[in-house]
Design a protein around this ligand. Structure first.
Ligand SMILES: *Cc1c(COP(=O)(O)O)cnc(C)c1O
Length: 433
């Protein structure tokens, strides 16, 4: 199966951007030829145990025979067909499944081509809804600090202003209302002053706020903060009370990662608008979705525009929809809560890292394990640690002060052990303090 051609790393270095990289000081990239289950094979022949699931997405691992078969069957019909004025079985089947597994009120689906776009669409839905009601003052969003919602401009405008360097785009980026990031820990007690503080923001700003956007329970790229469900249920309550729509961004947390199928279930709430992506296709193709309820959908449709003003070229791509249908079927057919629980038990080994001087915190939720260092790893050290991990036969990509794991659900106990041990050794041997 291995690809014999060599991958031209010189060309890559000279001409190709990777995520968040420099063209003058590129950090090394590893050429991959093949991936199977939870193992990634480099061109050099090394096999790496995957700790990242390709950024939350490859929940069933790589090269899954059932998903492959579903994609091949779809390719043999058509890989793509325009969604304007046409529909197809894979889109209809997928949306049926999405309506069935998400909260009951969410029954209108917009298929988007990436997570960021699903957030753009969610924002448009909220704006168009209020305009359709003749409310012209609600032109802002409210969101906690430390959030992450994607890299396109509207999505970026609700990301943490410091992490996403809003300073670079001052004057161009819309300015929204930021509220304090959730502080109370997921499994601790909820500090009531957080609710009081939130309410102050709602009192002061609700007349200009169309929607509150938040990642339920896990603020991921903004610091892997696992917060208290009562923060989320308080936000839901205040949104209803002050006439603000609630957008929940489950792009990272959806499909079981936190131990619930969707993280909103930890707080028992239903948002007005829900964004999903990443694991939607089991990490096989880019696809996301924005779901909303009858009220918002009807509002938009009866507004001035009369339609939802969005429609990307590759909307409802059949191949991606076919992969998503297969991925959801695989997930639902297995005892996924048991899988997550098993991985959670294995991840508890990370608590050993608390003994190390350079470790500030260890936290574990569902199939997510996070080791927070006392200091930022820095670009140079990321390259160094990355090389160390590759030597150890694991794929783990540190980020800022965080070394974290979100392995495919199919990872066996031995793989998780190896991942955890590698993190302990990396910190112990590299002395980050
Ligand atoms: C990854 C992510 C996005 C952006 O999705 P893309 O597919 O990278 O555009 C948005 N929100 C959250 C919570 C994410 O984790």
């Amino acid at each position: 199966m291995s690809n014999k051609r060599t991958i031209d790393l010189n060309f890559d270095r000279e001409h190709i951007w990777h995520p968040y990289t420099s063209m003058t000081q590129p950090i090394p990239v590893y050429p991959v030829t093949y991936a199977q289950d939870n193992v990634i094979y480099l061109e050099s022949g090394e096999a790496l145990i995957d700790g990242m699931a390709s950024w939350w997405s490859a929940i069933h691992g790589y090269n899954h025979p059932v998903i492959n078969q579903a994609m091949i069957a779809q390719i043999n019909c058509m890989s793509h067909i325009m969604f304007g004025g046409m529909t197809h079985k894979s889109a209809v089947e997928l949306c049926k499944k999405l309506v069935a597994i998400t909260p009951q009120s969410l029954n209108k689906v917009f298929l988007a081509d990436s997570g960021s776009i699903s957030v753009e669409v969610a924002i448009k839905m909220a704006m168009q809804y209020w305009l359709s009601k003749g409310v012209k003052t609600k032109q802002k969003l409210m969101t906690p600090f430390k959030g992450y919602h994607g890299d396109t401009f509207a999505a970026m405008s609700v990301c943490d202003p410091i992490n996403s360097m809003h300073s670079l785009y001052k004057g161009f980026l819309p300015e929204h209302v930021f509220v304090p990031a959730p502080v109370s820990k997921f499994s601790g007690t909820f500090a009531k002053h957080e609710a009081q503080e939130l309410e102050r923001y709602f009192i002061n700003h609700h007349h200009q706020v169309a929607a509150f956007i938040i990642e339920p329970i896990v603020q991921n790229a903004g610091g892997m903060n696992f917060y208290h469900p009562e923060y989320l249920s308080t936000v839901r309550k205040l949104c209803t009370q002050y006439n603000v729509l609630l957008i929940c961004d489950e792009i990272a947390t959806g499909f079981g990662r936190t131990g619930k199928l969707f993280a909103i279930e930890h707080a028992n709430i239903e948002p007005d608008i829900l964004c999903i992506g990443k694991a939607l296709t089991g990490g096989n193709l880019t696809l996301a979705a924005t779901l909303t309820n009858e009220k918002i959908a009807t509002g938009i449709s009866e507004g001035e525009a009369g339609v939802l003003m969005h429609g990307p070229t590759f909307m409802g791509n059949p191949l991606a929809c076919a992969a998503a249908c297969a991925s959801i079927d695989i997930l639902m057919a297995q005892n996924w809560p048991q899988q997550i629980k098993r991985i959670n038990t294995q991840l508890q080994q990370l608590n050993e890292c608390k003994k190390l001087n350079s470790v500030a915190d260890v936290r574990i939720l569902g199939a997510i394990g996070v080791v927070e260092l006392t200091k930022d790893v820095g670009d140079i050290n990321v390259a160094k640690i990355q090389a160390y991990f590759v030597e150890q036969g694991v794929w783990i990509r540190p980020f800022g002060q965080l070394i974290y794991l979100m392995p495919p659900y199919i990872s066996d106990n031995e793989s998780i052990n190896t991942l955890c041990t590698s993190i302990y050794n990396a910190i112990n041997e590299h002395h980050f303090n």
